[in-house]
Design a protein around this ligand. Sequence first.
Ligand SMILES: [Zn+2]
Length: 210
Amino acid sequence: MNKAQPHLHACLECDLLVNMPDAISHRTNVHCPRCNHSIAMGHNNAKQYVLATSFTALILMVVACTFSFISFSSNEQIRTINLLQTFTELYTQEYYFVAVLVFSFILLLPTLYLTSVCLIILSTFRGFEIVPSVGLGKLMSYILPWSMAEVFLIGVLVALIKVTSMADISLEPSFWAYVIFAPLFTHIVSVIDSHRLWDWIEQAGACSHG
Ligand SMILES: [Zn+2]
């Protein structure tokens, strides 16, 4: 956002510069007057809410990476896999590129996104930039389209339906952690509209520059 014109925000759909109000009341939507695209939605305590939910999502991601994901049993043989084996199995089968993509889309990029937003919000509270906020904001914009936690979850659920006829399946703690993580991540992303994000980045920058 241009510091000289702090209330102007470009519509993501049609690029129209929209004059934003100083404050947006809770659950009130600001729409683009030209294309009706939703630009921002008011939220009470958005900063605290996003910080708390992002920390929760990061803890869920740690749980999802720590415990078993799914157990299969068939003909008295039991096989348990964890989330990290989703990539390591691909890697050992020499699908290197696919392994890196899957690791990035379902684990690395969502974690980076959540860590970035936590750092930006903490900077606004602490009065100095822990990491340059503008860089973090750009990073978040780049990685968001490639974060596909919910796509992975839907893929797992579809695969489970097919495997149920061949083996007994036991859903482990890591699976349930990821089941909660994926929709929570989508919800957090829906709360952080670009107007709100760049408002926080500006606050973090203003704090660090006095
Ligand atoms: Zn528009």
